[in-house]
Design a protein around this ligand. Structure first.
Ligand code: GAL
Length: 691
């Protein structure tokens, strides 16, 4: 019998306290006078807020001088929130070390690949290998934990903020990198072999001679790929050490409370598979642009990733924007009404919260123009009306807290190490981007309301009807064997180009491409033929003619059959996509980037072939997602992301479902459901076979 996961017990306590989904945001009371705090809790009550993240950037205020603490203001805020019944997700403030630390210990400021020290004056200005930084970070964490461990407002812990894994090149980091390499390889000979240092005579005689990879501007030719990849691994691992040290401190004081740190979704520099295993619940900050027509798609894949990181368990959306982000040169307002479907989308895809950065818009500081729950105009604004209405929606979905989405029928492989290696320089094309490749494949699935889970190359794939591999440039033998075994045993797989090329050290697999998957795919590739920017080539697939861009593999069939062929150009008549029966399964391969319509056809052809069913056919821009309540009742979310009214035909069963968002005494829904622009419905008790 498997032992209960202690994280589940901690989260049960949080759910018990919240009595539903969490609603709230980052609360930065240190920016406001005490009179505003009273107004804040009154407004929080009005909006239905039950959880706020406090203290993320308050180190400089809590410890204004080394070893001198000012907790009075935080005591008062914690007391006020406790009285108001608002739980606190208390942050360790270590993402923003105080000015005195930078002044007295400039060696704690990180050094970039150009050899320049990062200055004080923003945030994240610390070297993650610095024992001095780690000492002071542990000390403030300890003080906070001992002071608030028994406070009634304390609901959970938030370690740091958006760890970035800054690859630091200071002497302390270099020494740390050497120790990390020595632990990984044992002998310098093993490192030389892994990095292929015979090339350009880069052989090392001692770990003491190894450095961090310098920025390209400081070298004459390209860097060593193995060194680059290990530095990415090391920088990730050093950040995780910082997180884990603080987590262990708060856990010692409050073993019953959940601990998290906020992820940035499809963020390149941290391997969130590894991070998720070190926290009780995954949480996400998401800032998909309000005017981006693909905003819901971009948010959707991030939400699916968060749900997948801990095997389908609920996660928290800790930050999003009620309106404007500050991510671009021109940052647009959020259209009226859009907040509702965009926020509920996270709940549909497994979030147990809707939360924002931040509660009250700042008057000063770099993010004074970032939107908030309480905008500069206060409670008379449209945003406030939408925020309070959303609070009512979130409260109506209380039963979903702790509920899960059923495992999907389609898995999409996501691997950070492969991402790092793919985007390392000196490739046949340096324009390949992992998230572009991923989105190309996710888009047709999302548009067709086909649920997906993200998986690792070595995950248990046996429950999936189709496994999609948008790009897996780097794969170790375990991952390659797992994917091969999945197809051999009857699985359907769709893999796209430049996959299976190198081993875990970024060394080309011998014998021709795609080394790890030649046998599985039944093809041989002797040439990669990247296309010039903007160049296209005709592509014929099942009576449809489209175009190919970006990349062409010169494919020799070695057991596979052609599924699509080039219609013109140098490779005219040669296969662009192939299909191979392997074992009792089927492996489909795409050797190019087709245009969206052609790719949609190819992806949906694999979906149909694998017997995968969509959640529901809906008009374009209307998302249909299923999620269960904690008691197992099925819920169907229908979210209209468009500015048009839409109607959806529902063949409802004898027990007509109610729309939980339709007010306090909702009428059962039959036949046609009308959704206004940006409308949303959550139909309770709609088993899949009823539609
Ligand atoms: C997040 C960050 C917040 C705030 C927000 C809005 O990435 O965690 O502190 O900066 O973005 O820009």
């Amino acid at each position: 019998m498997s032992r209960p996961d202690p994280a589940d017990e901690r989260l049960a306590g949080l759910r018990q306290r919240l009595q539903g989904l969490a609603y709230g945001g980052d609360y930065n009371p240190e920016q406001w006078p005490a009179a505003t705090w009273r107004e804040d809790v009154r407004l929080m009550h009005e909006a239905g807020v039950n959880l706020v993240t406090v203290g993320v950037f308050s180190w400089g205020l809590l410890e204004p001088r080394p070893g001198v603490y000012e907790f009075g203001w935080l005591d008062e805020v914690m007391d006020l929130l406790a009285e108001a019944g608002v739980g606190v997700d208390l942050a360790t403030p270590t993402v923003a070390p105080p000015s005195w630390l930078a002044h007295e210990h400039p060696e704690t400021l990180p050094v970039n690949g150009e050899g320049r020290r990062i200055a004080f004056g923003s945030r994240c200005h610390y070297c993650q290998s610095s024992p001095v930084f780690r000492h002071y970070a542990a000390r403030i964490t300890e003080r906070l934990a001992e002071r608030y461990a028994g406070h009634p407002a304390l609901a959970m812990w938030h370690i740091g903020n958006e760890y970035i894994g800054f690859g630091c090149h200071c002497p302390v980091s270099v020494a740390h990198f050497r120790r990390w390499l020595a632990a990984r390889y044992g002998t310098i000979a093993a490192l030389n072999d892994a990095w292929g240092t015979a090339f350009w005579g880069q052989r090392y005689d001692s770990f003491d001679h190894v450095g961090t990879p310098a920025a390209r501007s400081r070298t004459v030719s390209g860097p060593n790929p193995g060194q680059l990849l290990d530095f990415a691994r090391f920088s990730d691992a050093a950040a995780l050490e910082c997180y884990s040290a603080e987590r262990d401190i708060v856990r010692r004081h409050t073993p019953h409370l959940p601990v998290t740190t906020n992820f940035m979704g499809s963020f390149k520099h941290l391997d969130y598979w590894r991070w998720a295993a070190e926290e009780d619940i995954v949480s996400l900050d998401i800032y998909a642009g309000p005017q981006d027509p693909e905003g819901p798609l971009l948010a959707g894949y991030n939400f699916d990733l968060m749900r997948s990181l801990r095997g389908g368990k609920p996660w928290l959306m800790l930050e999003s924007a009620t309106g404007r982000n500050l991510t671009d040169g021109r940052n647009h307002a959020r259209p009226a009404g859009q907040l509702r479907p965009r926020s509920l989308q996270a709940v549909a895809r497994g979030a147990d919260s809707v939360m924002f950065f931040q509660w009250r818009a700042s008057r000063a500081g770099a993010e004074r123009y970032h939107s908030a729950m309480v905008p500069h105009g206060g409670a008379r604004t449209r945003t406030w009306r939408e925020v309070t209405a959303l609070g009512r929606d979130v409260a109506r979905l209380a039963d979903l807290s702790g509920g899960v989405c059923d495992p999907a029928e389609v898995a999409v492989v996501w691997d950070w190490e492969s991402w790092w290696a793919l985007e390392s320089p000196d490739h046949p094309s340096n324009d390949l981007r992992f998230t572009d490749r991923l989105l190309d494949h996710y888009r047709p699935l999302w548009n067709a309301n086909i649920a997906i889970d993200f998986v690792r190359p070595d995950s248990d794939l046996s429950g999936y009807r189709l496994v999609v591999v948008p790009n897996l440039y780097l794969v170790d033998d375990t991952g390659a064997d797992n994917l091969t075994g999945y197809v051999r045993a009857g699985g359907h797989l769709l893999m796209s180009y430049f996959s299976g090329i190198v081993d875990e050290y970024d060394r080309v697999r011998p014998g021709g491409h795609p080394g790890a998957f030649r046998e599985l795919l039944g093809i041989e590739i002797d040439e990669f033929a990247p296309m010039r920017p903007g160049e296209t080539c005709g592509l014929r697939h099942a009576g449809h003619t489209g175009t190919a861009t970006e990349w062409q593999d010169v494919i020799d069939l070695a057991g596979a059959e052609a599924l699509a062929a080039y219609a013109d150009g140098e490779l005219k008549g040669l296969p662009a996509a192939t299909r191979h029966r392997f074992g009792t399964g089927t492996a489909t391969y795409l050797g190019t980037s087709p245009d969206r319509e052609t790719l949609r056809r190819l992806v949906l052809d694999c979906v149909t072939g694998a017997g995968v069913t969509p959640v529901l056919d809906t008009p374009e821009g209307v998302e249909a997602v299923r999620r269960r309540a904690a008691d197992g009742t099925e819920h169907l979310f229908l979210l209209n992301h468009t500015t048009d009214e839409v109607t959806i035909d529902l063949v409802t069963g004898p027990d007509r479902p109610v729309d939980l968002l339709a007010g306090d005494a909702p009428e059962p829904v039959t036949g046609r459901l009308r959704l206004p622009p940006f409308g949303a419905a959550v139909l309770r008790d709609v088993p899949a076979n009823h539609l």
